[in-house]
Design a protein around this ligand. Structure first.
Ligand SMILES: [Fe+2]
Length: 316
């Protein structure tokens, strides 16, 4: 099994300031990097949130599209929810925090875990999942008490109207184990199956296909931590040998190297290994996320690119 857990989860959002307020101000995560996405000709903010070092498995990232991109359609073949791990006895703290800020939430139980459902200002669905055995160190310099702080990603939920091929892909392609089912939701495990090593599949036969490509206000993709270059290439070969040839070459994403692969349900996954320096590549630990950082290859395209970046919404 090549995967150690999650690396990062990336959503597409409309407004940068609201995104920072949500992840830093409400959830108490650290903004560990401010950079830009440049897959086309126009740059967009790419914002990263996590624990102190921005370790894999604690990372949520946002592409900020403004209103330049159409709003995505949520549906089958997409990640439908991001679940974050918190101590079980902190769920009442979080419910009070949401209530005090007028944020809608719902308490429920699924797969044996107490949970709180809530949403990002752009409608992206989140859950806090109560876990008592999560030893990952949280960011402890927010106004959330460390005893209640988010430990990292618990899982994601993938919504799909057809489950058989995705099930086979997770088991035989990615090497996950099937562990439990509760109603329409089944869970799968990587590694030891701890928080941050779980994938949930919501089988919803009546849901229409969600949108593809860069659309805003959806969850764009999910990255899994594969760590070794050989394992990353071996995984690509394994998928291709199974006939899943929608797999990219490793791409340099400045702080990590990514192989993107499309699942049979349509959701975009990524097999990711961090750069040895991670987010310390271009900033000191104490000042992570304090200034916009541009990859060297983008800086070589100055000044027309900087002029574009200067038109983006101010972050402070
Ligand atoms: Fe990614």
């Amino acid at each position: 099994m090549p995967f150690h857990g999650y690396h990062h989860i990336t959503a597409t959002v409309t407004n940068a300031r609201a995104d920072v307020d949500f992840h830093v101000g409400l959830l108490g995560l650290r903004n560990v990097k401010r950079t830009v996405l440049l897959d086309g000709k126009r740059p967009f903010y790419h914002l990263y949130y996590g624990n102190e070092h921005g370790e894999p498995g604690t990372l949520l990232t946002s592409f900020v599209f403004g209103k330049d991109r159409p709003e995505g359609r949520r549906g089958s073949g997409q990640v439908s929810s991001i679940s974050l791990s918190v101590p079980t006895n902190s769920l009442s703290f979080w419910a009070d925090r949401f209530a005090a800020r007028g944020i809608a939430y719902r308490e429920f139980e699924l797969l044996g875990r107490r949970r709180l459902w809530f949403a990002h200002p752009d409608g992206i669905e989140y859950q806090l999942v109560g876990v008592d055995s999560d030893v990952r160190p949280p960011w402890d310099k927010s106004d959330v008490p460390p005893a209640a702080a988010i430990r990292g990603v618990h899982s994601v939920t993938v919504c799909t109207r057809e489950v058989d091929e995705l099930n086979m892909f997770l088991l035989d392609g990615m090497g996950l184990d099937s562990i439990d089912t509760d109603g329409s939701v089944s869970s799968y495990a990587m590694a030891q199956g701890h928080a941050g090593q779980l994938v949930e599949i919501d089988h919803r036969p009546d849901v229409a296909q969600g949108s593809w490509g860069y659309m805003r206000n959806t969850i764009d993709h999910v990255a899994f931590d594969i760590r070794e270059a050989q394992a990353q290439l071996g995984f690509k070969d394994r998928l291709e040998a199974m006939g899943f040839i929608d797999v990219t070459e490793p791409r340099d994403r400045n702080y990590f190297y990514s192989v993107y692969f499309r699942t049979p349900a349509g959701a975009m996954f990524e097999a990711t290994r961090s750069h040895p320096l991670g987010f310390l590549k271009d900033e000191e630990l104490d000042s992570l996320g304090s200034c916009l950082q541009l990859p060297q290859w983008i800086e070589e395209r100055q000044p027309e690119l900087l002029a574009e970046i200067n038109t983006l919404e101010p972050l402070d």
